[in-house]
Design a protein around this ligand. Structure first.
Ligand SMILES: CC(C)(COP(=O)(O)OP(=O)(O)OC[C@H]1O[C@@H](n2cnc3c(N)ncnc32)[C@H](O)[C@@H]1OP(=O)(O)O)[C@@H](O)C(=O)NCCC(=O)NCCS
Length: 167
């Protein structure tokens, strides 16, 4: 599916109180809070809580030191950042690895879908996207498949998915 059709799928939250925008330094604290919530860590590659100082160093180096890494956030108007979608470049495979998380208070309302689909449209990259999802993470597998990520391979624990930009 191309970017035009992805846009059509977003109509439920388009022009609503929710907005997806490019991430900024000011988002660091909320990203840390969302990432450290036990429900966000449940299926993470590293399920440990990250200390604030460690997060800050990582965040600065990852996104604000010139590397080809990007992130978008979901904002509720008049409130705060309630989700993030990271696109981290993997030079070995020449694709961006996507990870997405929504503040658990807002789960199950289609907002993960809005964030991921808007991110794909706004990023509009020239390289493919990839995701590594634990098989037990049913919601996430559904979310990525709904957004046209295809399962390329699997092992005992994970599915490995890929999204190809058509333009
Ligand atoms: C994955 C995550 C971002 C999904 O966010 P969300 O806003 O709750 O998801 P949505 O409401 O957009 O739902 C996505 C799909 O999952 C389904 N879903 C949502 N909650 C569900 C539940 N409790 N049980 C079964 N399916 C569920 C939805 O129905 C939807 O599928 P559909 O469109 O076919 O109906 C969120 O669960 C999260 O932050 N998880 C922790 C981090 C994580 O695991 N990230 C993924 C690895 S990168």
């Amino acid at each position: 599916m191309n970017a035009f059709f992805m846009e059509q799928k977003n109509k439920n939250y388009a022009n609503s109180e929710y907005m997806v925008r490019t991430g900024e330094k000011i988002d660091s604290k909320r990203i840390w809070e969302i990432r450290n919530h036990p429900l966000s860590r449940q299926y993470s590659g590293n399920p440990e809580a990250i200390p604030w100082k460690q997060h800050q160093n990582w965040f600065e180096r990852k996104y604000f030191a010139g590397a080809d890494n990007h992130f978008f956030v979901l904002e509720k108007s008049g409130e705060e950042t309630i989700g993030y979608c990271r696109l981290d470049f993997d030079s070995e495979h020449n694709h961006y690895i996507v990870s997405v998380a929504i503040d658990p208070q807002f789960h199950g309302q289609g907002l993960g879908n809005f964030l991921l689909s808007e991110t794909i449209v706004k990023f509009n990259g020239s390289k493919n996207l990839a995701a590594e999802i634990q098989k037990e993470n049913i919601v996430s597998v559904k979310l990525f498949q709904k957004n046209n990520f295809k399962i390329l391979s699997e092992d005992e624990k994970n599915y490995y998915l890929k999204y190809t930009y058509l333009n």
